[in-house]
Design a protein around this ligand. Sequence first.
Ligand SMILES: CC(C)(COP(=O)(O)OP(=O)(O)OC[C@H]1O[C@@H](n2cnc3c(N)ncnc32)[C@H](O)[C@@H]1OP(=O)(O)O)[C@@H](O)C(=O)NCCC(=O)NCCS
Length: 141
Amino acid sequence: MESAARVERAHSGDLAWLVSVDRHVSRDWVQSCVESEAYLVARRGDDAAGFLRHSMFWRSIPFMDLVFVDVRLRGKGVGSRLFSAWEDAARAAGAAMLMTSSMADEAEPQAWHRRNGFQPAGTLDLSPYQATPEIFFVKPL
Ligand SMILES: CC(C)(COP(=O)(O)OP(=O)(O)OC[C@H]1O[C@@H](n2cnc3c(N)ncnc32)[C@H](O)[C@@H]1OP(=O)(O)O)[C@@H](O)C(=O)NCCC(=O)NCCS
């Protein structure tokens, strides 16, 4: 039977892997997020299987920036474990709501967010950054 992934905060040993897979941000920002404990990493054995990078909207509301699972390991519950660990930590810290967002033309991430209890809360045109509008999602806790 395959072992379940365990989720923990990223450490400096994850930096090279995170830089290789978190392609939306600079290496410096990846390093800064490791140092500020803004990454959760899922591991199977010693190997990283996925990550969740988070921040705080208004420095108040937990915001899931990006969740990623190694393509070979998708559909095995790794993403769900990452999301649950983040949600549990936010709840324990007293958060009243979670937020995330997705490009309007990306049906699969949206379906996954809805499956995790998020509801769409509005769409923004961020055209200086991307041609496609961005849908924001919220999940009251
Ligand atoms: C989205 C993603 C993180 C999901 O991770 P995963 O480890 O494959 O997901 P899980 O195995 O935990 O799936 C849990 C459940 O969600 C379902 N699911 C998985 N991907 C889904 C998707 N794209 N849409 C809807 N449901 C999905 C699974 O079937 C499973 O359902 P079940 O428990 O009823 O069998 C992963 O597919 C990924 O890295 N995608 C590319 C990056 C991305 O799009 N990120 C999201 C936007 S930030």
